[in-house]
Design a binder for this molecule. Structure first.
Ligand code: ATP
Length: 379
């Protein structure tokens, strides 16, 4: 069985026409004065989904979260949760909790009191609070830190307290605004896996805002890529990476090479693209496009093979010169300047310690790729 990317997803309600969306943004617009932060945006999120809103700073992703939490109301459009229109419902009456960038822990309270705070406010009986707090401490593996205050904890531990506090009241939906922003890289990676486990174990719906593509790719079931208040694509991480639908998305997630050209010839299965300088490439998964139309072939660096000799069987092989080499340990990235001037990035996994046919700066080299190695984009 073939699949896009290495993962087969058993959880995929978005592919089920009968599945009912849990959260719906329905033509939502948000204006601040005459500035449009969110522009007529629609998207749906399913129950138990780990959903990421990914975009550059200022694209409107936090505004989306704040509207869902009830801190802002849409200027136009509707937000529905489990079929109910949320307009006019104050934040504390929504089955939604938000974990903020800054965590906002109470500095004078112990870890357990921080976690218990919301439960006390709700008037939960004391024994129940105690058992819920114990359960939460266990969940985030902080049992031995219950009596400490936030300043006696590391950044990662504080983050886990904030998380425990946000889920203590068992909200149906947890909104996380850059939840791992304050952590260093290594801790962030560890915590990503912890967050995924937590979400699975509790069976909650998570909506996370991030500008970090790797973070979204690691954690999310699906990602919405947002630009200037609009959705550019909503898809699984593998689809976003392997089948972007626009140049914007292809560029935004990962590295990509773009070959600009025109459709020279199209048959049922293959499209021949003529580059501006005469080089031609053949691809086999393009949508029907008029001859002569401007298109772009987008291909990821790891799908491109680099070699010192022309590969005998390659459908697409272009010649050039090695311009730059970055040895990164696990892989090596080559920049090859093709004879028509285009720069191509090709990356090779260093699966063995010894390289048989090493390339050096200024060597002549061939880059080659299969007809199905990339995607054709028209926008
Ligand atoms: P970041 O990653 O930097 O937090 P973001 O994508 O979350 O960015 P938002 O906070 O949603 O961005 O803001 C979207 C746009 O709306 C920004 O240009 C911001 O300046 C503007 N904006 C947000 N809140 C307000 C407000 N209360 N008044 C005026 N403009 C606002």
């Amino acid at each position: 069985m073939k699949s896009l990317g290495s993962i087969r997803r058993d959880f995929a309600p978005w592919n089920d026409p009968n599945a009912k969306p849990y959260i719906q943004f329905d033509n939502v617009t948000k204006k601040f004065g005459d500035f449009t932060a969110v522009n007529n945006l629609s998207l749906t999120i399913f129950e138990r989904e780990f959903f990421a809103l990914l975009g550059a700073s200022g694209c409107g992703k936090s505004t989306l979260l704040r509207m869902l939490a009830g801190f802002e109301e849409p200027t136009a459009g509707r937000i529905l949760l489990d079929g109910q229109d949320l307009r006019g419902i104050p934040p504390y009456r929504r089955p939604v909790n938000m974990m903020f960038q800054s965590y906002a822990l109470f500095p004078h309270m112990t870890v357990e009191n921080n976690i218990a705070f919301g439960l006390k406010q709700d008037g939960m009986p004391k024994p129940e609070i105690a058992s819920r707090v114990a359960e939460m401490l266990k969940l985030v593996k902080l049992e031995q830190f219950a009596k400490r205050k936030p300043h006696q904890l590391s950044g990662g531990q504080r983050q886990r307290v904030a998380l425990a506090r946000s889920v203590a009241k068992r909200p149906k939906v947890l909104l996380l605004d850059e939840p791992l922003g304050a952590l260093d890289k290594k801790l962030r990676e560890e915590t990503q896996f912890e967050l995924m486990d937590l979400q699975q174990n509790l069976g909650l719906t998570f909506v996370v805002v991030t500008h970090d593509q790797e973070e979204a790719m690691t954690m999310a079931d699906r990602i919405a890529i947002i630009d200037k208040g609009e959705v550019m694509q909503v898809a699984t991480p593998a689809e976003v990476y392997e089948a972007p639908t626009s140049r914007f998305v292809a560029h935004f997630v990962g590295n990509v090479n773009m070959f600009e050209g025109k459709v020279a010839e199209q048959t049922a299965n293959t499209t021949r693209i003529a580059g501006s300088s005469g080089a031609q490439i053949v691809v086999d998964n393009a949508a029907k496009t008029a001859a002569g139309a401007d298109i772009v072939f987008a291909i990821r660096p790891e799908k491109i093979k680099i070699s010192s000799k022309k590969p005998a069987d390659a459908v697409n092989a272009l010649e050039g010169e090695v311009y730059d080499i970055a040895y990164l340990g696990d892989m090596t990235v080559f920049h090859v300047r093709l004879d028509d001037g285009q720069m191509v990035r090709a990356s090779t996994m260093n699966a063995a310690r010894i390289t048989e046919d090493p390339l050096s700066w200024n060597d002549r080299a061939w880059v080659s790729f299969r007809p199905d190695a990339g995607v054709v984009l028209t926008r």
